[in-house]
Write a protein of this length. Sequence first.
Length: 114
Amino acid sequence: MPADMRENMPTGGLAAVRYCWKFIIDRARLNDPVQAVKLALRALAVRAADLDTEIKELESALATLVHATVPTLVSKAGIGMIHTPNCWSLPTRILRSYAARRRSRGSARSHQCH
């Protein structure tokens, strides 16, 4: 990524998604690295925004289901459906576990002799 783009880009999260979403790509000049980077980052931003929308829809559906089947569950201290620093979240726990397994597999592979 060109240095000027890197310096102006927010450090992460939805701010970075919004920033990249606004890129205007000159498709006639995709051989220019700046245009190619803009195309790739905008495509990722579109996907991230779509995933954010999907997550919100699924969290809403999950909340409705949990409240309908076990309404007292989320009233317990430390249990919730959406991740916050003080809240246990099954989806977050699953994702963290998956990420940890991927990291441990990756480090094991990198130490193997080829």
